[in-house]
Design a protein around this ligand. Structure first.
Ligand code: PGA
Length: 297
């Protein structure tokens, strides 16, 4: 069988499907003698006849049926392979434009790193801004994908959650509440609070939490980044709510604590989002798969 050619198998498949040597010859732009000769060679290779003729009609023999099934399997494998090859050509070169909220910068570059190792020809750009800015970029369709802590409600988007994002309360290590258990929210609001700038998703989720309980925060200071907040907490300026992701890297962790507050952590997720009508490039789709896989680890 190794010596039969793909062309012979293609011919054989056409005859089996069309029930006629003549029609198969027409379909493949060959002369009938060529078809007959090639099928004879194929039968010789197999060592048994593949067709039998009854009157004017031809039928597959038992071994012919087997070979037909094999041909269908081969052609399915080949068309899968063609699809993969086309996708890989598309993935060799191209751009991925990503916009993420500030808090996602603690994990998004790492995910991009592993993606770029796999697809070194892909040129990546990463914009990091707060939630409001990222939503402005989405409205102007500037990027392929957006990573947010909460999908927008007033824009028609496709959104899928892929990683957990828990918001916790942090305080300086020597804070009087540091060792307390199940601190009520009513007690927490007595503390001076450090909040991110307006437009921040972290700030929005924090304010919503207290609003839902009918409580009002005492804002001591507004700071434009998670790092500035951590430093201000360590400096004893107040307590704050931050994503646990922000505590992982480069953080002098012994200098502050996560407080055990009732109703915390605020359990959220990271979402990748894109406008509903947008057709994602093969690169963006592959990156989406990469995000899904990463979140299963
Ligand atoms: P932020 O967003 O970095 O703008 O606070 C985080 C979020 O949306 O959860």
């Amino acid at each position: 069988m190794r010596h039969s050619t793909l062309r012979q198998l293609e011919l054989f498949e056409a005859i089996a499907r069309l029930g006629s040597f003549t029609r198969a010859a027409e379909e493949l732009f060959l002369t009938q003698p060529t078809v007959s000769m090639q099928i004879k060679k194929l039968s010789d290779t197999v060592g048994m006849p593949l067709f039998e003729q009854v009157g004017k009609k031809i039928y597959l023999t038992d071994i012919g049926h087997e070979l037909h099934r094999t041909c269908l399997g081969i052609s399915e494998h080949l068309s899968n392979f063609e699809m993969i090859a086309a996708d890989m050509k598309g993935l060799k070169k191209g751009k991925l434009r990503l916009a993420v909220v500030t808090t996602a910068k603690y994990f998004a570059p790492r995910l991009l790193g592993t993606f770029c190792q796999q697809y070194p020809g892909v040129d990546v750009s990463l914009k990091v801004s707060n939630r409001e800015r990222v939503l402005e970029r989405l409205a102007s369709n500037l990027d392929d994908l957006y990573i947010l802590g909460l999908p927008p409600v007033d824009v028609d988007v496709v959104a899928e959650a892929f990683l957990e994002n828990n918001l916790v309360v942090i305080a300086p290590a020597n804070h009087p509440l540091a060792k307390k258990k199940r601190i009520p929210l009513e007690r927490l609001v007595k503390e001076p609070f450090l909040l991110r700038e307006p437009g921040s998703g972290t700030r929005m989720a924090t304010e919503r939490k207290f609003d839902e309980s009918g409580l009002k925060l005492k804002m001591r200071m507004e700071l434009g980044s998670n790092e500035a907040i951590k430093q201000a907490v360590i400096g004893g300026l107040g307590v704050s709510v931050l994503s646990r992701h922000t505590l992982e890297l480069d953080t002098p962790s012994k200098q502050f604590v996560v407080l055990d507050v009732k109703g915390f952590p605020i359990k959220r997720h990271w979402y990748f989002v894109y406008p509903s009508g947008k057709k994602l490039s093969i690169i963006a789709r592959t990156f989406v798969d990469h995000l899904r896989q990463a979140s299963q680890v």
